[in-house]
Design a protein around this ligand. Structure first.
Ligand code: NAP
Length: 293
């Protein structure tokens, strides 16, 4: 299949690497010429351009918009005039309702998407094979979505090894506020507190002793600041509500410690120990890169 990717960074480049390994042909468009060159050199795309007009007359069956979140809608609007009307378009933005509301009425064959996979890195140099294997991949069809469009995307995405998850756009935004956007802010606050709370001597020792626990809990808060900002901005009501609820949990824990209510603290930690597996499989499947067709 001929595929287009707009925005050659971590997600766009990783999709390109997997799809080329599966035998697809990939045309990439990014903002900077050096990025396009690097994407060709690392095998993420067959060829590319910095100009959306380069899609004109090109027989791409599917285009995936992988730009930063705030660029998805303007990119879609600028892209559509250069596509055949049969082209399927999707995006990978981390917030879905505003994107679907803007782009679905503008393009009959648009379906929103969001791969639930990432790393702390950004840019084309961070693109890797197998990023989506074993991970959920949300698609947000609506009542007006053409079944053939959804079937086309399903056929393209399934060989990446991801678990496809059809979802209402607004329900997606509510859910990811808890398990994706809140963790970024909580983790950022952890890093922020650890940097600013201790005395210089304690800080130096803490930095020397930090190991796997801090690595796990600080990873998402130490990632791409632009992405964290845009998640909070584009999903503001849901993120604010989640953060407010989280702050009440922290206040409760602080009260238990101040009042030395160790029995209640133990009960709370027993409940969180029991609650976690429903979110995170105890043994996540290894991320095997997809094999060629
Ligand atoms: P990224 O690594 O920063 O990649 C985005 C790339 O898009 C940039 O490297 C930039 O490339 C290019 N770009 C910027 N503005 C553009 C424009 N107007 N037109 C064309 N290309 C443009 O970001 P990412 O992490 O891949 O995120 C991309 C999208 O994936 C976002 O919408 C995000 O919400 C979503 N997402 C991210 C994650 C994650 O964990 N990172 C997970 C799931 C979904 P140049 O070098 O050419 O400037």
């Amino acid at each position: 299949m001929d595929i287009g990717i707009v925005g050659l960074g971590l997600i766009g480049g990783s999709l390109g690497r997997d799809w080329r390994a599966l035998g697809h042909r990939v045309w990439g468009v990014s903002r900077q010429a050096a990025t396009v060159e690097q994407a060709v050199a690392m095998g993420a795309i067959d060829g590319g351009s910095t100009d959306l007009a380069s899609f004109h007359g090109r027989p791409v069956a599917v285009v995936v918009i992988c730009t930063p979140l705030d660029q998805v809608v303007p990119t879609g609007r600028a892209l559509f005039p250069h596509l055949e009307t049969t082209t399927v378009v999707t995006d990978v933005g981390s917030v879905k309702a505003p994107i679907v509301a803007a782009l679905e009425p503008a393009w009959r064959r648009f379906v929103g998407g969001h791969p639930m996979a990432g790393t702390a890195d950004q840019g084309i140099q961070a693109a890797q094979r197998g990023l989506f294997a074993g991970r959920p991949y949300v698609l947000t069809p609506t009542a007006t979505t053409d079944p053939d469009t959804l079937a086309c995307l399903t056929t393209l995405l399934r060989p990446l090894g991801c678990h496809l998850h059809p979802c209402d756009p607004a329900a997606h935004d509510q859910a990811v506020a808890w398990i994706s956007h809140l963790p970024v802010l909580v983790s950022a606050a952890l890093v922020g507190a650890s940097c600013t709370g201790p005395s210089p001597a304690v800080l130096a020792l803490a930095q020397a002793l930090a190991s796997s626990g801090f690595q796990d809990t600080s990873r998402v808060g130490g990632g791409n600041p632009d992405l964290g900002l845009l998640m909070a901005r584009e999903n503001r009501p849901a993120v604010a509500a989640a953060l407010d609820h989280y702050r009440r949990q922290i206040d409760y824990l602080a009260t238990l410690i101040q009042t030395e209510d160790w029995a209640a603290l133990h009960t709370y930690l027993r409940q969180t120990q029991a609650g976690r597996p429903a979110f995170v499989a105890p043994d996540p499947p290894p991320a095997a890169p997809p094999q060629p067709l």
